[in-house]
Each structure stands twice: as C-alpha cells, then as structure tokens.
Design a protein around this ligand. Structure first.
Ligand code: B16
Ligand code: MG
Length: 213
C-alpha cells in the first residue's frame, strides 16, 4: 500500500476549476477574446497562470507589461470568487476520506499548481489534514513536469515510488507518472492518456478504492 497519497487541489478536493474558468472567462470577455468551457477543460485544467494566459491570447500581440496586468486581473477576479468559499465546498466525504487515510498511517500532501492553494485550503478548513503542502510557489517547472509531486513527496519523507497521486488534469497525471508514482485520475476517461485508474469523482470515495490503484 502507498505510504503517502498526494492530492491535487483544484478539481479534485473542491470544484475551484469552475471559479478558475469564470475568472478566465471574465478576462476573456474584457478583452473580446472568445473562450468556452470546453476549451477551459481541454487546455487550462491544471495548467499554471502564465501558460493559461498564453493559451487564451494565442496569436494576439501583447507586451510583457500587458501580460502581467492581465494575469493580475484574472487573479483578482478569482480571489473575489474564492473568498466566499466555505467548508461545504469540499467534495462530499472529502474530510472523512482524509481522516481515514491518516488513521491508516498514510501521509497526506497537496500538490497544487495554484498560488492560491493556501487561501482555498483555509476557506475549506482542511489545512490541518495535510502533512505537507506544495503549491504554486514551491517549484519552477509546472505540471506535466514531475517537480511538484517530487517536492510534495519530499515534504512527507516518502520515496516517490511509494506515493499515489490523485489528479483531475491530464497534465497532472503526466506529472505523477513522470515522478514515478501510481496515478488515480478523476474525471471522464477520454481526458487522460496514461492513468493507472480513472474514477468520475472523488465524492464519497473511501480509502479502499485508493488502495486498489
Ligand atoms: P493560480 P491545481 C491549478 O491548480 C488549476 O487547476 C489551474 O486552473 C490554475 O490555472 C493553476 O492552478 C494556477 O492557479 O492562478 O491560482 O496560481 O489543479 O494544480 O490544484
Ligand atoms: Mg486540478
């Protein structure tokens, strides 16, 4: 069985993916750039802030100053949305699952690309359920690079081959596999290239399901 289970945050433990989408959509509307929910799912899920903006503005000419301003503006829109979050927005059964994992003597960690992960964990009141938190400030190379999952494994002192990673983005599943971990994907199976197992949602999932990956 794994010695540590490393969770992505946005789209796995809570549905902030929807808030990220709304914030990008707001920015896209400001700029007159067409942008759909489907594009968000296919290209922005799990992808960092700058790379997400690069997708959004592809082919259009903006200066570095304008790029910085747009990243800040999106983040302001996103922060407006997440400041109203509450513990009720943890995936159903999420707290119970994390408690069950810890009771079984398995470490828990977060590997999120987001620079807002601390705020979201705090709003959800689940910070204390993690032995380690790796976020958008922890590493330079974003998913699909292995770095953030390797960093999270280091935080909980578990070799990467004894870790299980849980992700809703294909870039994240690639990061987990690149780190040499088992990978549990959350979402529709068409989304993922090389998961070890796929389930549609983490809602009401028990530890036993994670041990079967
Ligand atoms: P921020 P995760 C990712 O978080 C989100 O899925 C992605 O949509 C977002 O662009 C990225 O964090 C950066 O977030 O702008 O808040 O720094 O899924 O890795 O937990
Ligand atoms: Mg995610």
């Amino acid at each position: 069985q794994p010695q540590a289970i490393i969770f992505d945050l946005d789209g796995v433990l809570t549905d902030t993916s929807e808030y990220h989408y709304q914030a990008w959509k707001h920015l896209a509307d400001d700029e007159g750039i067409p942008f759909t929910h489907e594009e968000n799912d296919a290209h922005l899920r799990g992808v960092g802030r700058r790379d997400s903006l690069m997708y959004l503005i592809r082919g259009r000419q903006y200066s570095e100053e304008q790029i910085q301003e747009m990243m800040n503006r999106k983040n302001q829109y996103y922060n407006e949305l997440i400041k109203k979050m509450s513990p009720g927005e943890v995936v159903p059964g999420g707290q119970a699952l994390l408690e069950e994992i810890r009771k079984a003597g398995i470490k828990t960690a977060i590997a999120s690309a987001s620079k807002n992960a601390d705020i979201v964990l705090d709003r959800l009141k689940i910070t204390s359920l993690f032995d380690g938190i790796a976020d958008g400030y922890s590493v330079v190379n974003g998913k699909p690079a292995a770095d953030i999952f390797v960093y999270a494994a280091g935080l909980v002192h578990v070799p990467t081959h004894n870790c299980l990673g849980v992700e809703d983005a294909d870039a994240g599943i690639e990061a987990i596999k690149n780190a040499g971990m088992r990978a549990l994907a959350i979402g529709p199976s068409e989304r993922f290239k090389r998961p070890d197992k796929v389930i549609p949602t983490l809602a009401n999932v028990r530890l036993q399901t994670l041990l079967e990956v």
